[in-house]
Design a protein around this ligand. Sequence first.
Ligand SMILES: Cc1ncc(COP(=O)(O)O)c(C=O)c1O
Length: 491
Amino acid sequence: MIDLTRNEQVLQKNIDRAKERNIILPTFAQMRDPEQIPGKIREKLKDVGLWDINPLNLFRITWHNEPKEKGGQFGKPNFLVLPKELTGVDAKIICMVGKWFPTGCHKVGASIGCLLPRLVTGQFDSTYHKAVWPSTGNYCRGGAFDSKLLSCYSIAILPAEMSKERFDWLSTVASETIATPGCESNVKEIFDKTWELRNTREDVMIFNQFEEMGNHLWHFNITGPAIEEAYNLIKTDKSNFAGACFTSGSAGTTAAGDYLKTVFPNAKCATGEALQCPTLLNNGFGGHRIEGIGDKHVPWIHNVKNCDMVIDIDDEDSQQLIRFFNEKAARDYLIKQRHVDPALVEKLDYLGISGIANILCCIKFAKYYELTENDVVATVLTDSAEMYASRIKELQDADGEYSEAVAECRFKQHILGMKTDFMKELTYIDRKTIHNLKYYTWVEQQGKKTEELNALWYDPEHTWKAVENQAGEIDALINEFNDRTGLLKSL
Ligand SMILES: Cc1ncc(COP(=O)(O)O)c(C=O)c1O
């Protein structure tokens, strides 16, 4: 469970700081349903840009933002529905759009989910602590952004080989940025750096997304219900919610699947990873190019008992497609030859590399389970092409010009050519095998206890379910915090 022990003295300092800097905190209930945000805050947001460093943007940590650069209000959740013309499978694929979060990525939610409980209990001292955000990119961008909105010092940690866009942006928002050796899957190096900081600097507080239950809590309570809402908006009398596929980085998003299973008990949840780093599929390891996912370990917060299937995606498919979706010749091909709705084609830059991998997981899932046109599968587009302009340029430089004929080949190879290879439907023993891998990272390396590990498997009531039910209790603390600053009343 998330520790909600209060430190009254520090809490008062946080309240005073918030009062001085005009910071009102959003509740989980408001992030889930922005209709609950006070009208006066919504009014003020009419003058605020989506990425502005303005504490009011804490209220935009929701799937329901109006898709606008500035002044947006709230409406239905942002999602696309991908049809057969684009995917080659009969089932419809719901893709939740992360682009319309501040920072252009839903990871800003995972980071606020980790920070809020410690802020409103006074465990984190916003006037003293440096918030450390270990990540492969977007989580530390989100953490740095949230920290800045809350007037806290932030330290972003990410591998040196992550995209230039991530580093450029961090240099303007994070108080400090530390690049650790390696690429996407070098998470051990990130963990080593956090230990070094912990052991040498008293004023740091680590928010390790791979083990923080606040990450799980946020996706269970916010992303899961947003997907349910999207499904309810498109369903017909014949519809069947067949399942959800999420590639895993910290495995925070997989908690949305845990929520969906409570609403649709027959739904199946699949976890995706890169074929070049097949840790879940066969205890494999390796470097890969799907930024944000698959890190040679099993995150502490992955509820593996709920995982029905593992699906591996060749990173070459997602690389080729990030270019494909952003080339004019390919877009023309999709409209003219495949008859994809031009309004949808225009939005294909909502897909980042891991979002594309997620869609490919859904396609493989639909093929494996022989889904029909009545079935719906859901996933997320964690970030968008906006984060990968330099990667697209690298591919253009390497492979040369694109024509509609090339586009057709790419489409047939990298979308229609998806097969049911490199995937596994998990038995009880398979799941336990994945769970057992946690031992080596978390007990041997990171100081967890064997009893804690066993509790995740044998005692879901007092681990996963207990966390998932904590949103109400944390909201009560957030409401008390806001009452004590007095800012809401004086709006
Ligand atoms: C681009 C991108 N995709 C996917 C993920 C994986 O999401 P999660 O950490 O919730 O598993 C991340 C995580 O940082 C990411 O940055």
